[in-house]
Design a protein around this ligand. Structure first.
Ligand code: NOJ
Ligand code: CA
Length: 550
């Protein structure tokens, strides 16, 4: 089957914060439909919408209480049909989020299991009772605290994330069958596939033995991903669902290393692709513009590209709903500008993989300056803040950490225009709007040919240009001028065509040998050439093609 998603450009939508159509302050499906022309114009051809199913919204929809129904906050199933139809008219495919490691504690399955330990649904979850009444082991949840919470009847239940997100027991064939039916129901409805949530957590170490915790406190559950035996579940999942549709699946698969990558994202892997999280390595750097920090980062990206080219396919991205904004994450404050922001776009867009754009990234949205933890919404930030305070850590340090790296940075409302609430809603926005919307908004940038948005349109058009798209989809990846510090450059080559991507990731100019071919993209108005060299300006990014095929 044709791997259509190799030429996809995916735009990720966090529905609560994208566009509110009815003035209740919360983004919705009709709001997405309203903005399809904007997305089409941006040049993307797939959207991934974060969870829209019925949910108590403990984790903004990653806690599902009805897999078959759109949450009234976002509209109705009819709104979804309309969105699919309107998207189809614009050749835009729609991916939903598949959250099957856990559901909500308000899902009828859990409600039944809670009421009756002997019912069928009790077998859909992990319950334990201990002789001493203590929690069954010392594993720490991803959102802070233990993975175990207790019911009034003394049973403990397991949750990788919040206590309101009980884990589903994949060992149970009846549960697995229900999940497959639900997946096929959505695929039959016409969605083009799924982004797959936290999938490497579905197999547990069934001994549930405590492990040595480095902080002497709790053992991070994040170390227990991709646990042996998971391949049995994932093969079955693929066979019973995805293989029956020509769909795209992009898995969030923490813990997948070189040994198992192929089984996940190889030619016949469980999924079309997994996300490449190597980009995050820049986060820990104290000075992001230091040459050695850029070199370490470049090295990680290149290693990962070389490996992926040999072994499979990945989703490449700068931002998502769990991370801070890319201008903050990859650039020091004094380096944040039009050139560096567009250089980031060029840098990742032509790599081997499917590029994803997160809402607002295309206009250069930034982190928000948070003043207190109460301004934040994220269940993870709140849980971990609480845990840190209990351990005696300095609250201002914890706030600073989440201010820089917290998930809420990506979840502030989309900045559509220079009007109240950035044009996101006519009501009261559910989350604080970044006050920089007069300077950063889509409407102004649409009018301005030299805006970040206008440049993103060029970037997407080049990625999907029929003259080059086979090279971008299949071309060999090779580093270029690898030894030149703070120069991030690579080639993609297929048959007679070579495309070279050259980015000066530095706040000073630097000279590199002149590349043969024609310059087909440049984030500056011109390119200075002298004595067989090109003098790249700070954060200048250029793309050359050796044989432009007609
Ligand atoms: C990963 C998702 O990206 C994140 O937003 C969510 O909180 C967890 N999985 C739990 O579903
Ligand atoms: Ca709304």
């Amino acid at each position: 089957m044709a791997k259509w998603w190799k030429n996809a450009i995916v735009y990720q939508i966090y529905p609560k914060s994208f566009k509110d159509s009815n003035g209740d302050g919360i983004g919705d499906l009709a709001g997405i439909t309203e903005k399809l022309d904007y997305l089409h114009e941006l040049g993307i051809n797939v959207i991934w919408i974060n969870p829209i199913y019925c949910s108590p919204m403990e984790d903004n929809g990653y806690d599902i209480s009805d897999y078959y129904k759109v949450d009234p906050l976002f509209g109705s199933n009819e709104d979804m049909d309309r969105l699919l139809e309107e998207a189809g008219k614009r050749d835009i495919k729609v991916l939903l989020d598949l959250v099957v490691n856990h559901c909500s504690d308000e899902h009828p399955w859990f409600q039944k299991a809670k009421a009756d330990p002997n019912c069928e649904e009790a077998g859909y979850f992990y319950f334990k009772t201990t002789d001493d009444g203590q929690r069954p082991n010392n594993w720490r949840s991803n959102f802070g605290g233990s993975v175990w919470s207790q019911l009034p009847d003394q049973r403990w239940y397991f949750h990788t994330f919040s206590p309101k997100q009980p884990d589903l027991n994949w060992e149970n064939p009846k549960l697995r069958k229900k999940i497959y039916e639900m997946i096929n129901w959505w695929l039959d409805k016409g969605i083009a596939g799924f982004r797959v949530d936290a999938i490497t957590f579905i197999k547990k170490d069934l001994t549930f033995a405590s492990r040595k915790a480095e902080d002497g406190y709790l053992y991070p559950i994040e170390n227990l991903t991709d646990y042996p035996g998971i391949e049995v579940f994932l093969s079955e999942l693929k066979e019973k669902t995805f293989d029956r549709h020509n769909c795209m699946t992009a898995a969030e698969a923490p813990g997948v290393g070189k040994e198992t990558f192929r089984s996940y994202a190889g030619e016949n892997g469980f999924f079309s692709m997994i996300f490449d999280f190597n980009w995050e390595s820049m986060e820990g750097e104290a000075d992001k513009s230091a040459i050695d920090a850029v070199e370490r980062w470049k090295n990680r990206i290149f290693q990962s590209q070389k490996f992926t080219y040999q072994n499979g396919w990945s989703g490449v991205f700068l931002e998502n709903h769990d991370q801070s904004r890319c201008v903050n994450k990859f650039l020091e404050e004094d380096c944040r500008n039009y050139f560096s922001t567009t250089a980031l776009a060029v840098l990742y867009f032509y790599l081997y993989g499917t590029p994803f754009i997160y809402q607002g990234q295309e206009i250069g949205m930034t982190n928000l300056a948070w003043k207190t933890i109460d301004e934040m919404d994220d269940v993870r930030a709140k849980g971990m803040y609480q845990e840190a305070i209990e351990k005696g850590e300095d609250p201002s340090k914890v706030l600073k950490y989440f201010g820089e790296l917290g998930r809420d940075n990506a979840r502030t409302p989309m900045q559509w225009e220079n009007s109240e609430n950035a044009g996101f809603t006519t009501g009261t926005p559910w989350m604080k709007v970044n006050e920089n919307y007069p300077a950063i908004n889509a409407a102004d940038q649409e009018q301005d040919p030299s805006s970040i948005l206008s440049f993103y349109k060029k970037v997407t058009r080049l990625r999907r240009d029929p003259k080059y798209q086979d090279t971008f989809a299949e071309g060999n990846f090779s580093p270029l001028y690898e030894d030149v510090p703070a120069l991030i450059a690579y080639t993609r080559a297929k048959d007679l065509q070579t495309v070279s991507v050259i980015v000066n990731f530095k706040k000073q100019s630097q000279a590199v040998p002149l590349t043969s071919g024609t310059c087909i993209l440049n984030n500056y108005g011109s390119l200075t050439e002298k004595d067989g060299q090109m003098l790249l300006a700070p954060y200048q990014a250029v793309v050359f093609a050796s044989v432009p095929l007609d």
